[in-house]
Design a binder for this molecule. Structure first.
Ligand code: 5RP
Length: 236
């Protein structure tokens, strides 16, 4: 492990290492997005270089694609791959049922499609990501730019009707401009504090005109690998 890592990065590093060791020769692998997933990509790159591991990676973002190529992983599209043997990705929150909030890095749409195409979905996370109830982390929803203020209003009405606690919605910004996803969409962050019924909310959000996808991953994750800053790793 690089000696200069912060405690949180040590936790991410060891979780990513454990997951990278699960990948077998010949696999088609979904590559997540974010700082934890970036460790995974580097670990896999080490295995490609040192062990001659042959894998095909399907990145969930342009950032991950760039890193994967840099470290020597063959990159293919999801359409070329068809199905994936495994996807390994980070998360912003996970609960005891392995339901997730994702999208802190803005890649939730591609992440959800790639997860849905995978035989196994493994989340790698530091221990701070575990929660009793999802919702303290702002829930990202990807919306099309056209009429996004109308979409925001419709989502606000939905949250009132569903009696969801905490209802502030913010447009994600980047350098003074609306953040753009890899699909050219915007992100609305829903500051909800607590999500009672994640499945219901996820379904209702995706029915709103203008909403492309939401960051609730319900029944998509098979396993969570939790890293600790002292080097311990736990699998759920
Ligand atoms: C990106 C994601 C990330 O997996 C999530 O934000 C976790 O990121 P990090 O590993 O940097 O904490 O969903 O869209």
């Amino acid at each position: 492990m690089p000696g200069e890592l912060s405690p949180i990065d040590k936790a991410k590093f060891v979780a990513a290492k454990r997951a990278a060791d699960m990948v077998e020769d010949g696999m088609r692998v979904g590559l997540g997005t974010g700082s934890t997933a970036a460790w995974l990509v580097r670990h896999l790159g080490d295995r490609v270089r040192d062990e001659g591991l042959r894998i095909k990676g399907v990145p969930t973002s342009a950032r991950t694609a760039q890193l994967a190529r840099q470290v020597g992983i063959e990159v293919i599209t999801l359409d070329e791959a068809g199905t994936l043997n495994i996807t390994i990705d980070g998360a912003d929150e996970f609960d005891r049922d392995l339901n997730l909030i994702k999208g802190g890095g803005g890649a939730l749409l591609h992440e959800k499609i790639v997860a849905a195409a995978s035989e196994e979905v493994v989340v790698i996370a530091d221990a701070a990501k575990e929660v009793g109830t999802l919702g303290a982390f702002p829930l990202p929803i990807e919306v099309i730019p056209f009429g996004w203020t109308t979409t925001q209003m419709l989502v606000e009405e939905l949250l009132v009707a569903a009696d969801v606690m905490g209802r502030r919605i913010t447009l994600r910004m980047n350098a003074g401009k609306p953040f753009l996803t890899d699909e050219g969409n915007h992100i609305l962050d829903l500051h909800l504090s607590r999500i009672g019924n994640a499945r219901q909310l996820a379904m209702a959000l995706n029915q709103m005109p203008g909403v492309v996808e939401n960051g609730l991953f319900v029944d998509l994750c098979d396993k969570v690998i939790i890293g600790y800053s002292d080097g311990r790793v736990e699998t759920r």
